[in-house]
Write a protein that binds this ligand. Structure first.
Ligand code: EPU
Length: 423
């Protein structure tokens, strides 16, 4: 059931203090999918309390394994999976349910799923996933949104050249390949830190994978996988979000646990806008100027370039900067839905197709706005923190998909923020 809640934010308070980062959402979801490949118990530490993690746990239980939370960790049992389908309601709840496909096929030899849901960021086809699995010996039919997969003989390794370094497709191929017969070579693979984290987990379980984090990943199939303890990496997009929250209020703070290398493409953006960043023993500190300067040009691209997941967030910052910034979104065609909401707060943004031109205003003004997707929702929170007056943000279930206790963490930094229940 959808709980109707709002965030109420009184903007203008300078944020100061420490933020301890959650485990990375986009790491933990494929790792939870990977756990169904394992014969022994898996202990996944630093697992954020997010609605998407709950959906993953429900899928794992549906498939036949136990999955329960123990504080900050999730434990997946050693039971065999007994089902090969994912119910449509679970598939619809999040995009990354598609990552279970490769794992179910590897374990059961067949799978039945419907097309995945998730944030509306424009068309999100799965043709790259399907074509790769076909190359590995899977017969796939698609009828009325239902995808039925059956391994012809045995799942077999293949040489797969991706037409685009899709994160989800790279993960799906790895999950299928670890138990396939023979060697799989993926070229033009996605290089995101979350892919590396997934392979670290799989290698602890006995998988043979080399090259993760590079363009070419080689996987030699093994007979079976054990279980493992794994600590999920810190969430780089959460780090960028809190850095932005601090920056828009002219504040100062420290991101505990951030791996600076994971946010390399975003560090120069903060520096160009006048923030001072410094590595510390526990992460990274940020001190923002009273008013941010504009960053001239931001173009989203696959890792290690500027992440699409940070586009809306940095756009909120630039909406209140001194000058004009140009954004080009190359990854998702429909990832500008937050612009209309930022405009309600007084932002001066003109967008056409993949390009948005942001002319910074002196001060955004509080307004009633609605989260349109996960990162677009985070952008509204950031804009509201910098704005004059009160903002009410609705549809915050999108934000809860990716941020654990966002109001608690912001309150700790000094923000005037409250969550109210409307039901
Ligand atoms: N694409 C295709 N065909 C495919 C697969 C992808 O055309 O078969 C296209 C997509 O439509 C998109 C582009 O390729 O235009 C990139 O998609 P990709 O597969 O790389 O993304 P994803 O796996 O669906 C993950 C993250 C997203 C993040 C993207 C890009 C997870 C659970 N999701 O999605 O995270 O934006 O990679 O980095 O890992 C978020 O956290 O807010 C979020 C949306």
């Amino acid at each position: 059931m959808l709980i109707l809640e709002k965030l109420i934010i009184d903007g203008g308070t300078r944020l100061c203090g420490e933020v301890k980062l959650q485990g990375a959402k986009n790491s933990v979801l494929p790792i939870l999918a990977a756990s169904i490949l394992c014969d022994d118990e898996c202990y996944i530490d630093n697992c954020p309390r997010l609605s998407d993690c709950n959906v993953s746990m429900r899928i794992i239980r549906h498939l036949g394994k136990s999955a329960y939370r123990d504080g900050g960790s999730v434990i997946i049992g050693n039971e065999e999976i007994t089902k090969n389908d994912i119910p449509e309601d679970m598939m619809r709840e999040m995009r990354s349910s598609i990552t279970f496909l490769g794992a179910i096929i590897a374990k059961m030899g067949e799978a039945k799923i419907s097309l995945p849901g998730g944030c509306e960021l424009g068309p999100r086809p799965i043709d790259i996933h399907i074509s790769a699995l076909r190359q590995m010996g899977v017969d796939i039919s698609e009828n009325h949104g239902l995808i039925e997969c059956k391994v012809r003989d045995k799942l077999r390794g293949a040489v797969i050249a991706l037409p685009y370094p899709s994160v989800g497709a790279t993960e799906n191929i790895i999950l299928a390949a670890v138990l396939a017969k023979g060697t799989t070579i993926i070229s033009n693979a996605a290089k995101e830190p979350e892919i590396v984290d997934l392979t670290i987990f799989l290698r602890s379980c006995g998988a043979k994978i080399i090259g993760a984090g590079e363009s070419t990943v080689i996987i030699c199939g093994v007979e079976s996988l054990s279980g493992a303890y794994h600590k999920v990496i810190p969430d780089r997009i959460e780090a960028i979000s809190y850095m932005s929250a601090i920056a828009i209020t002219g504040g100062t703070g420290e991101l505990i646990g951030v791996v600076p290398e994971h946010i390399m493409a975003v560090i120069p953006i903060f520096e160009e806008s006048g923030c001072k960043l410094q590595s510390t023993d526990s992460g990274l500190s940020i001190t923002a100027p009273e008013r941010l300067g504009a960053v001239k040009y931001i173009r989203t691209m696959p890792y290690p370039a500027f992440p699409t997941d940070a586009q809306a967030i940095i756009m909120a910052l630039m909406a209140q900067s001194m000058g004009t910034s140009v954004f080009v979104e190359t990854v998702f065609s429909g990832r500008y839905k937050h612009i209309a909401e930022l405009q309600r707060m007084g932002a001066n943004i003109k967008a056409e197709d993949r390009v948005a031109v942001v002319s910074g205003v002196e001060r955004l003004s509080g307004a009633s706005v609605s989260a349109t997707d996960l990162r677009g929702g985070a952008a509204l929170v950031i804009a509201a923190l910098g704005a004059d007056g009160r903002s009410e943000i609705s549809n915050i279930h999108y934000i809860d998909r990716g941020y654990e206790n966002i109001e608690g963490k912001l309150k700790k930094l000094g923000a005037c923020i409250a969550r109210v229940n409307l039901t």
